[in-house]
Design a protein around this ligand. Structure first.
Ligand SMILES: Nc1ncnc2c1ncn2[C@@H]1O[C@H](COP(=O)(O)OP(=O)(O)OP(=O)(O)O)[C@@H](O)[C@H]1O
Ligand SMILES: [Mg+2]
Length: 544
């Protein structure tokens, strides 16, 4: 009886909400990378920039800022600091930063951890993946700069330093955060409820600053929340932010389908859509639930059917607030102010204010310690370089040369007994830098000698057979019920979207790696978002 009722309810839900039409490969950036060469052959040549400016003809970097009078947001190079010499052949990025590592990638940008040559501190630089192909595309990217500048002063929004464009690409220098909330969840799995309340409060405060200005974020998800040095959560990725008054389906772009509010499918954009996304993100965070990207479970979560067995783990108070935020009817969802007036948040805010001074002092101390350490590191590096130079002069030391690799092919040499050596030239998927220095060369020691060319995707993917790529947004074909993220940690998907189990032997080359750590190890370079995917196709058909 119960089954048939559920069945009827499912059918009713299915007829009510359009399902996002998302094909598997839209989630699989790595998949796209693997087929990149063929793609290039079939595609017409890339469009040349069409916008009518003279800025990049001379390849000089130009600062972008909306803080001045210019509504176009274009400022001169003086804002870029004194270190930059535009007559040199190197880009501003190369001249002023040392690239430490690639820390993230989304649908629009690649993010690098860098050290500034100006002050020796670490920052994050987000570089747009695609060249500006049109004025509109460039304006859209620049809009993100405007929003970052607007919210940079808020404690719970990502701090922004400067932006510039060079060679038809946008660069943004931002505070470096420890990790995203998504990778934090992947690492911790069971986050204490106290912490979840604190995260929710941080994000509500960030969202309030947007909603008070009549702006919508439209891409709230765990991947777009970063954890700062002071342990607070910061809302990031303002690429889809839009004014409520302009928010209709022609101007706005919907975010990740896992977090999208149901009414967005009807082209109805409002502040309530952000509340829904935050609510479902909190459900994922507190219950470690794998959010579906489409299908019946996607429908259920948007129709007032909640995964009660998962929700049992958390207090009724938290359950209640999450369910409220996920109410299917956008008009019945609480606003940010209503949520913040909850007694619990009021008490938490009072306590925070009480400790504000102590926390600020702690933060200043931490920053000065880091600054002193980075100066010390610079000093150590200089001393070491001088020492090596002296040794080289007296021929006690030789710099490694490319000839070294020949030793591996020489028979009966000592080197042959070394562990097999894999050389991979990792470059970004967007080779912007002319200088060969820009290509980070990384050597890995794995089981076999493999050279896999110049793709940027994570090398361990290549140990799996072709296209068994793992992505942070896998398409789930199991509709039997809600799943914990834990269930997917040892699963990846093959060409036919069939789940394949990954056991530790698959990753045997990761010798001392605990199998539980596998997912987080392969996570960082995955593309998390399906932003910009057209979800309206069904709606469009219906209305046409
Ligand atoms: N300041 C930062 N510090 C640390 N990591 C960062 C920072 N900015 C971005 N990242 C990492 O890089 C990833 C991609 O960044 P971001 O979301 O800004 O790019 P995007 O292309 O706009 O993404 P999306 O696909 O969500 O639209 C983030 O999910 C995060 O993991
Ligand atoms: Mg993002």
């Amino acid at each position: 009886m119960k089954d048939s009722t559920m069945h009827l309810m499912d059918n009713e839900i299915l007829s009510r909400l359009p399902v996002p039409e998302i094909r598997e490969e839209t989630f699989q950036h790595s998949y796209k990378q693997a087929h990149r060469r063929e793609d290039i052959r079939l595609k017409p040549p890339k469009l040349k920039p069409r916008y009518d400016t003279n800025f990049n003809r001379d390849h000089t970097a130009h600062a972008i800022s909306f803080r001045g009078d210019d509504p176009e947001g274009v400022a001169d190079s003086s804002l870029l600091g004194s270190t930059y010499n535009c007559s040199l052949n190197e880009t501003y990025f190369e001249q002023c930063f040392t690239r430490v590592a690639k820390i993230g990638e989304g649908s629009f940008g690649e993010v690098f951890k860098v050290r500034s040559k100006e002050d020796g501190l670490l920052y994050a630089v987000k570089m747009s993946k695609q060249l500006f192909r049109s004025d509109l595309y460039r304006q859209e990217r620049l809009e993100e700069v405007r929003r970052y500048e607007q919210f940079s002063g808020h404690k719970n929004c990502l701090k922004f330093y400067r932006a510039w464009e060079q060679e038809d690409r946008l660069f943004m220098q931002m505070e470096l955060c420890r990790e995203s909330l998504d990778s934090y969840l992947q690492r911790k799995r069971n986050i204490p409820e106290e912490k979840i309340w604190s995260i929710l409060l941080d994000l509500l405060l960030a969202l309030k600053s947007l909603h008070d200005r009549n702006l919508l974020h439209l891409d709230i998800k765990l991947d777009n929340v970063l954890i700062g040095d002071d342990d607070s959560c910061k809302l990031a990725d303002f690429g889809l932010v839009i004014d409520v008054d302009r928010a209709n389906k022609n101007q706005a772009t919907e975010g990740d389908s896992r977090y999208v509010a149901p009414e967005i499918m009807q082209g109805n954009f409002s502040k309530a859509a952000d509340i829904f996304s935050l609510g479902i993100a909190m459900l994922e965070l507190s219950c470690y639930l794998e959010l579906p990207a489409n299908g019946p479970l996607w429908q259920q979560l948007r129709s007032g059917v909640y995964p009660d067995d998962f929700l049992q783990k958390i207090s009724e108070e938290l359950q209640h607030i999450i369910k409220d935020m996920m109410t299917p009817d956008p008009h019945k969802r609480p606003t940010v102010d209503e949520l913040l007036s909850n007694k619990r948040f009021v008490t938490m805010l009072q306590r925070r204010r009480h400790w504000e001074l102590v926390n600020n002092i702690k933060q200043v101390l931490r920053k000065s310690r880091r600054l002193a350490w980075s100066k010390l590191c610079n000093l150590k590096t200089t001393v070491f370089k001088i020492f090596i130079s002296i040794l080289t002069i007296f021929r006690f030391h030789e710099y490694p040369s490319d000839q070294c690799s020949d030793a591996y092919s020489a028979p009966n040499t000592v080197e042959k007994k070394r562990p097999p050596h894999l050389r991979s030239h990792l470059t970004t998927s967007t080779p912007t830098m002319n200088s060969s220095k820009a290509k980070a060369r990384i050597d890995f020691h794995f089981d076999e000698d493999i050279d896999f060319g110049q793709q940027h995707s994570t090398p361990y993917n290549n140990h799996l057979s072709d296209n068994k790529m793992v992505n942070s947004t896998p398409v789930i074909h199991n509709h039997s019920g809600f799943r914990s993220r834990r269930d997917l940690t040892k699963t990846c998907f093959n060409d036919n979207s069939e789940a394949i189990s990954l056991d530790k032997s698959t990753f045997s080359y990761l010798d001392d790696c605990d199998s539980d750590e596998i997912p987080s190890m392969r996570k960082p370079l995955d593309v998390s978002s399906v932003r910009g995917k057209k979800l309206f196709s069904k709606f469009d058909e219906d209305t046409d």
